[in-house]
Design a protein around this ligand. Structure first.
Ligand code: BGC
Length: 750
């Protein structure tokens, strides 16, 4: 396809023209196209020297929030809207979604990622890609792969075993690549088991293209390529940012000197060219800023997670929602975040919003009752304040207003979350904590509203307040969305896509994050997030999947049936409360008695269902057979273990209401028996056991009797069960020889 391009032109095509464009090839009339961040808005930089100044675009809620909706339908609509904004700004590829797992709550970029669970990340990521690409704008699925920390992110080696890598960290990528076919994939900065992702032939060529059938272009993360020749040989197509004339020349030289197969360079250039040609289908477009703002508000409202909602002391009813009329409660709005919202994280995803709603204005507009405000603490980017006022004054002022009001809404959260740096703890800032404590002391009707990109500890201070809202970072329309939830215009249906631990020390990743001296060991293995907390039966503050509503739901008896396609689970779900609402029905699968190490339960299906008050919905959830498989390192493939699978259905990972058991036929994984197979393995295999028994029965009388006695002795059998046959032959008096073992091996395997 690119045969008419010279080697120099091919090399030039494999690096950018600049930071945000591919290189045009004028002789062929091939234009350069624009690629830009991503992922929760279009960050089209207007000044090349100022990364923070972009063309105004809708700042949708970042992934930490959208994940809490557990609703691929919403993510698809967001993708479509982003696609329309890209069309309006002549953008060919939007750099997202980011679907890496949140391995640790300390991850500096957790706000940009969806979940600690690969199913959520994969399903939501695929929906986002589908929506975007329906507008003929390409996605760039990132960061491939195992980029779960910011510490030393450009050099660190993520040291991880293959089963964990496949089942957890690659799983979401596989789902998005095979289901949504993103136009591009962005490789990560880090190394994986010592090899840079950008130079990793196994990752970029064998797995991504060979196993998953990816046909698009692989981009590098910005600055991720250490060696252009090695990268092209491994399967990387476009090195960013450009220009990189030196690297282009090195590629041409490597081809001339026979160090790089010219076909590999032609192939990489061909993929970049194909991308540019594909994007020609994109038509110019326009979008309605008000409509997109309304969509951002709808998504944000759906992302809010109600963590706690009790009746304050002396009251009969849960504190929320608040009444809005003139007879409603007077409200103290406290905390600078209510006026100066935290709505996105720092770094390459930072959007210049088209407008910005704040909770204070929205709450004031939502109620006819009195609303008073006090900042309670300072934030760096907040309005100028009286420098003479000290922090004690700020807290005292807030407490006085809280005491004089019927209800106190306290806005607190984390202050400094950005790409490039991990967090050093999960506690709220001390001045925010002091504000919560002071207000809770004087007003029993206190609601705490959190703004944070990664989990913050809620314990033990949440005991002192009857209501707690996890508001994450909600994008430009978050202020309105919070008012919608507080006053019941939106019935909260957000669910945690990550566990809130009691303490960071409890977290499965705690001892192995962020590593040192260039290596981070994924020591918790398969036990990421809730999988680890459940395996150790540890208490958590709020479990994975959890979130309250202003209504209640009752689950009927679940049923499950298996077919060649997988498992279908059905459950009747009734809205038993007085309000229309939405429940996120979750299915967690386990296989009691499994022969391989497994999480106690794993999320395998979920659906967000609207149900009117008093009505019942018949909810159907499907699990693909492939999603039941584990990666068997002995045979190097996916294997479904046969047995009775338990499908527990409920409202969170720790609120399982009904379970259906279903028998699933397993895949055949017969391993050939060898001289190095242990006696235990020989006896576990029916043909192996038969061969051994027959061989020993055929021995001369005395040996045969001795062996029969040995096999009849359970203690001896236990003692010998881990010994390979070849080693048994080395014991004095053993009737086994190399020759007889060879016969056994062929008898057992033929
Ligand atoms: C980030 C990517 C981003 C790229 C371009 C990198 O630092 O890791 O997520 O797309 O910059 O801004």
């Amino acid at each position: 396809m690119t045969s008419e391009f010279t080697v120099a032109e091919q090399a030039a095509l494999t690096s950018g023209r600049d930071a945000w464009h591919t290189t045009p090839v004028e002789s062929a009339g091939l234009p350069g196209v624009t690629v830009t961040d991503g992922p929760h808005g279009v960050r089209l930089q207007v000044d090349p020297r100022d990364i923070l100044r972009g063309q105004p675009a809708t700042c949708f809620p970042p992934a930490v929030a959208t994940a809490s909706t557990w609703d691929p339908g919403l993510l698809r609509r967001m993708g479509e809207a982003l696609g329309d904004e890209c069309r309006a700004m002549d953008v060919a590829v939007l750099l997202g979604p980011g679907i890496n797992l949140k391995r640790s709550p300390l991850g500096g970029r957790n706000f940009e990622y969806f979940s600690e669970d690969p199913l959520i990340a994969g399903v939501l990521g695929a929906a986002w890609v589908d929506g975007l690409q329906s507008r003929h704008v390409g996605a760039s699925l990132k960061h491939f792969a195992v980029n779960n920390q910011e510490t030393d992110r450009l050099r660190v080696s993520a040291d991880i075993d293959e089963r964990t890598l496949r089942e957890l960290y690659l799983s979401a990528f596989k789902r998005v690549v095979t289901q949504a076919r993103p136009w591009t994939v962005m490789c990560s900065y880090n190394k994986i088991n010592g090899v840079y992702a950008s130079q990793n032939h196994w990752l970029l060529t064998e797995v991504l293209r060979g196993e998953w059938g990816f046909e698009g272009a692989v981009f590098s993360d910005w600055g991720a390529v250490a060696d252009r020749v090695a990268a092209v040989a491994a399967g990387l197509d476009l090195t960013m940012p450009g220009p990189d004339d030196t690297g282009d020349a090195e590629l041409a030289e490597a081809v001339a000197e026979g160090r790089l197969d010219p076909g590999l360079l032609a192939r990489a250039a061909g993929r970049v060219r194909a991308l540019v040609e594909k994007s020609a289908a994109r038509t110019a477009g326009d979008y309605d800023q008000e409509e997109h703002h309304a969509l951002a508000r709808e998504i944000a409202g759906r992302a809010v997670v109600l963590l706690k909602n009790e009746a304050p002391q002396g009251d009969q009813q849960a504190l929320l929602p608040l009444r809005a009329g003139a007879d409603g409660p007077s409200v103290a709005v406290l905390g600078e975040f209510a006026r100066t919202p935290r709505y996105q994280g720092g770094g390459s995803s930072q959007i210049t919003p088209t407008r910005l709603d704040d909770a204070l204005t929205e709450i004031t507009a939502a109620t006819d009752a009195t609303v008073l405000f006090a900042p309670g603490y300072r934030v760096e980017e907040g309005p100028e304040r009286d420098p003479a006022a000290d922090e004690g004054d700020l807290v005292a002022e807030a407490a006085a207003i809280a005491q004089a009001s019927d209800v106190a809404l306290v806005f607190v959260g984390s202050t400094n979350e950005t790409e490039g740096a991990d967090r050093d703890g999960i506690d709220l800032p001390a001045d925010h904590l002091r504000l919560v404590e002071a207000v809770a002391k004087v007003n029993p009707r206190t609601v705490v509203i959190l703004s944070n990109g990664a989990v913050v500890a809620t314990s033990p201070w949440d005991k002192a307040v009857p209501a707690l809202i996890e508001g994450w970072l909600l994008g430009q329309a978050g202020g309105g969305a919070l008012a919608d939830v507080l006053f019941g215009r939106v019935n909260p249906s957000g669910r945690l896509a990550e566990t809130i631990p009691l303490r960071i020390q409890d977290h499965p990743s705690y001892l192995d994050f962020p590593g040192e001296h260039g290596h981070v060991r994924y020591g918790e293995g398969l036990y990421v997030g809730y999988r680890g907390f459940d395996a150790r039966e540890q208490e958590v503050a709020y479990p994975f999947g959890f979130g309250l509503s202003y209504t209640t739901f009752g689950y009927g008896q679940a049923s499950a049936s298996a077919s060649a396609a997988g498992i279908e689970v059905r459950v009747p779900l009734t809205n038993t409360g007085g309000r229309d609402g939405r429940e996120v029905v979750q299915v967690y699968v386990s296989l009691p008695g499994s022969k391989v190490s497994r999480a106690r339960r794993e999320l395998k299906a979920f659906v967000s269902v609207p149900v009117k008050a008093g009505e019942t919905a018949d909810v159907v959830l499907t699990i693909d057979r492939g999603d039941l498989a584990y990666w068997d390192t002995r045979v190097g493939r996916w294997v479904v273990e046969g047995g009775e699978y338990h499908c527990a259905v409920g409202a969170s990972s720790r609120d399982l209401r009904t379970t259906a058991a279903v028998e699933v036929q397993g895949d055949d994984v017969r391993l050939p028996l060898t001289a190095d197979s242990t006696l235990g393995e020989w006896f576990a295999d029916p043909r192996g056991a038969q061969a051994v028994e027959q061989a020993f029965a055929a021995l001369p009388g005395e040996d045969s009797g001795r062996m029969a006695a040995l096999f009849a002795n359970p203690t001896m059998m236990l003692f010998l069960s881990s010994t390979p046959l070849s080693r048994m032959a080395t014991f004095p008096g053993s009737p086994l020889t190399a020759e007889s073992i060879a016969k056994l091996v062929s008898a057992a395997n033929d």
